[in-house]
Design a protein around this ligand. Structure first.
Ligand SMILES: NC(=O)c1ccc[n+]([C@@H]2O[C@H](COP(=O)([O-])OP(=O)(O)OC[C@H]3O[C@@H](n4cnc5c(N)ncnc54)[C@H](O)[C@@H]3O)[C@@H](O)[C@H]2O)c1
Ligand SMILES: [Zn+2]
Length: 366
């Protein structure tokens, strides 16, 4: 037997700028052209972004090849859509010298990133996120992917953007429920990483709800700093990146149990409070954090209790199926205090006994 080894040099360091502003969309095409001289551009967006006029603002009447995902939203986050995008790129005779621009929410961003990662074995992607979820979360961190008929984000890879541009003015056209529920990721960031940010959100919540762009710029800055610092430390979610899943273990189970009738942010809101019940049962709470988190989630109009039509046993079964469960047992990100995640023996996520989980879930029912 002849064995040979191929040693590939370590991947080069990856860093990318995140630019935040209001009303910057119309100048971005020229900026991206300057960033990538001599490259062809291809825009991935969706029908609602087109209807809202954002694609036209970005292109400014210039003829840039694009693909608008139809229908907009999660239903289209499939391999079939990714294939259609890749073939559209081929039809435009695009080469390796192409930059993909993802203009839209997390659905567009995840597919655009995925398409960029596999087109001609990988071309750069630039994200222009346009939802509260995408501006706070999905555009930073490099996760890309599509759903299968069996599960969410079943296929994908890490593909870091070359640049991210956040225009808070794009949020003006976003549907109210989408807007408010996406802000749950901001509450999550504050709760896990920064008490000062949490107080800022509490103080400015009315301005946030009025979509004040100056406040939204500050929020975007905070979110990106927090997410970036976590991702920099643990890009591929071996350990610390898991703290971004605070509220998500139960949140995902609720999302699935209600058959996606509630939005992701609504389910994470329920999950954050349920985890609070767990912290309480474990004797970890000696401050008013649960009340404060609940108050801000309520201001956002989010549910904080599990809907009564969901069955306890169904939730317990779903929790045991959680794809991120270690050794088939669910794990939870717990707060030590507001702005600080509990870490033990270098681990940021913890197994909790089934009895405590059951107790916390029972308390979380409406
Ligand atoms: N990659 C990651 O790290 C990561 C993180 C969080 C979420 N996600 C993924 O993101 C997806 C959810 O993203 P989302 O919540 O942004 O939803 P979305 O992208 O599906 O957008 C929600 C709806 O809002 C519309 N829309 C978007 N921007 C708009 C605007 N400015 N004006 C008017 N309408 C607008 C869209 O067309 C869509 O109909 C999920 O697939 C999730 O898995 C990925
Ligand atoms: Zn989330």
């Amino acid at each position: 037997m002849n064995e040979q080894f191929v040693k590939i040099p370590a991947e080069q360091e990856r860093s990318y700028p995140i630019t935040i502003g209001t009303g910057i969309l119309s100048g971005l095409l020229a900026r991206i052209e300057r960033l990538f001289p001599k490259k062809s551009l291809f825009i991935v967006t969706d029908e609602k972004l087109v209807q809202a006029g954002h694609l036209a603002t970005l292109t400014g009447g210039k003829n840039v090849p694009s693909y608008a995902i139809t229908p907009a939203g999660e239903r289209s986050k499939t391999m079939a859509t990714a294939t259609a995008i890749l073939e559209a790129m081929e039809q435009h005779r695009l080469s390796r010298d192409t930059v993909v621009i993802g203009l839209g929410g997390g659905t567009v961003g995840d597919i655009a990133g995925f398409a960029a990662a596999v087109f001609k074995r990988g071309v750069p992607v630039v994200h222009i996120p346009t939802t509260t979820v995408a501006q706070a979360d999905s555009s930073v961190g490099g996760k890309t992917g599509v759903d299968s008929s069996l599960s969410k984000n079943a296929f994908g890879c890490f593909w870091y953007p070359s640049a991210v541009f956040i225009d808070t003015a794009t949020l003006k056209t976003l549907d109210d429920l989408q807007y408010r529920s996406g802000l749950v990721e901001s509450v999550k960031h504050a709760a896990i990483a920064d008490p000062e940010y949490f107080t800022f959100l509490e103080k400015n919540i009315d301005m946030v709800l009025r979509r004040d762009t100056k406040i939204l710029e500050q929020i975007a800055g905070w979110n990106c700093r927090i997410k970036a610092s976590v991702v920099e430390e643990d890009p591929t979610e071996k350990n610390k990146r898991r703290i971004l899943n605070y509220g998500h273990t139960i949140g995902h189970a609720v999302e699935s149990a209600c058959d996606y009738q509630l939005l992701h942010g609504q389910c994470v809101a329920i999950g954050m409070i349920a985890v609070g019940m767990m912290e309480q049962a474990l004797g970890m709470v000696n401050d008013d954090r649960i009340e404060r988190i609940e108050a801000i989630l309520k201001k956002l109009g989010m549910p904080t209790e599990i809907p009564s039509d969901i069955k306890m046993e169904q939730l317990m079964d779903l929790l045991l199926l959680d794809k991120k469960a270690v050794g088939k047992r669910p794990w939870f990100v717990l707060l030590e205090r507001l702005g600080r995640v509990y870490c033990k023996d270098g681990r940021w996520a913890h197994e909790v006994s089934q009895e405590i989980v059951r107790q916390a879930i029972e308390k979380s029912f409406r």
